[in-house]
Design a protein around this ligand. Structure first.
Ligand code: ADP
Ligand code: MG
Length: 339
């Protein structure tokens, strides 16, 4: 019998791998925004058409890329952010897997423009099915623009799997908010079908939260700030009367990375116990800073699940920090409400 095993061609392998990283427009939004942050940008614009199904474009004023890097960045496992597995435990960048652009280039038509400060002309590259189909010099400001068009144009089964524009747009906005909230010192905007939905000037964390959630929260945020040798927690919780029956205004960040943690969510709920109705959720935007050696962020390709080496310490600390803040603002149940 003849041998039957063959290596998959790169573009097919990339398409398969892309399934893990890019499930929907919002996943690409997250990856492109994080790349802009990692590139040291201070002004980041996100443009989408049809909830990202037709176009997702991120324009930044970050470092830009050299001509060679502009081609390399679309290779799988190509990254400037880590070199050894050890680096993972000191990581300060949002990215490190070197998979996002390779995945995007496998499932969308991509147009890249980029220029570094030391270059007079930038470089323009067009990619389809993981292959460069056009490359030429271009005029461009220092920074990078990556436009991806017709997501899943070559994977119709995935394209059909996408939800309505309204549903996909909600995910896009969620990802935008998560990155924008983590970096109040950077300017962000979101334009959807030509209409500006967010314009967030750089400012304090409080200004950023209010800019995102609405001006009415300005007088409703209680600051949280507690430190130990092991970790810091800071951010804001909403006063008890802002608790809602629906979820959505709960944000945890670990070393500036948005994470989902039912366990830490429970710690917050616990701190609010008896101050809010049992079936409602308090608003919170909490930032935990901990030595990267104490967390494993490489649990899942989207990096939204992480492992702490000592979860119980985290839980107790978060809960205590919030209780402390709420007490200081005289809104514990034992004191008279004066809100
Ligand atoms: P990762 O972010 O995990 O390194 P990506 O596939 O997202 O992997 O990006 C690959 C590389 O391309 C990055 O490591 C970075 O060097 C470069 N890159 C991506 N986006 C940008 C950008 N907006 N500005 C400058 N360099 C970028
Ligand atoms: Mg990346």
């Amino acid at each position: 019998m003849a041998d039957i095993i063959k290596l998959l061609p790169d573009n097919i392998a990339n398409q398969i791998a892309a399934g893990e990283v890019i499930q929907r427009p919002a996943s690409a939004v997250k990856e492109l925004l994080e790349n802009a942050v990692d590139a040291g940008a201070t002004d980041i614009q996100l443009l989408v058409k049809d909830a990202g199904k037709e176009l997702i474009q991120v324009i930044d004023n970050g470092s830009g890329m050299s001509e060679l890097d502009a081609r390399m960045c679309f290779e799988r496992h190509a990254t400037s952010k880590i070199q050894t597995i050890d680096d993972l435990f000191h990581i300060r960048t949002m990215g490190f897997r070197g998979e996002a652009l390779a995945s995007i280039a496998a499932v969308a038509q991509v147009e890249l423009k980029t220029r570094r400060e030391q270059e007079e002309l930038g470089i323009y590259i067009e990619i389809e099915n993981s292959a460069v189909i056009k490359q030429e010099p271009c005029q461009f400001h220092v920074g990078t623009s990556i436009a991806m068009k017709n997501l899943f144009f070559n994977v119709p089964a995935r394209r059909n799997f996408l939800k309505s524009n309204a549903a996909e747009m909600r995910h896009v906005v969620d990802e935008f908010i998560r990155v924008a909230m983590a970096y109040p010192q950077l300017q962000f905007s979101l334009v959807s079908n030509g209409q500006e939905l967010f314009h967030l000037d750089k400012g304090s964390l409080k200004q950023r939260i209010v800019g995102i959630l609405g001006q009415s929260y300005n007088a409703k945020l209680v600051s949280v700030k507690e430190s130990t040798d092991y970790m810091n927690v800071y951010g804001f919780v909403g006063k008890p009367d802002t608790a809602k029956k629906t979820r959505g205004d709960q944000f945890f960040f670990v070393n500036n990375r948005f994470i989902k943690s039912p366990y830490l969510h429970h710690a917050v709920m616990n701190a609010f116990e008896e101050m809010i109705p049992a079936d409602s959720y308090p608003l919170y935007a909490l930032f935990i800073e901990v030595d990267p050696a104490h967390v494993d962020i490489n649990v899942h390709p989207t990096k939204q699940e992480i492992k702490f080496d000592d979860e119980k310490v985290m839980y107790a600390f978060v809960q205590a920090a919030i209780k402390h803040s709420l007490a200081q603002f005289s809104i514990t149940p034992t004191l008279d409400f004066e809100l």
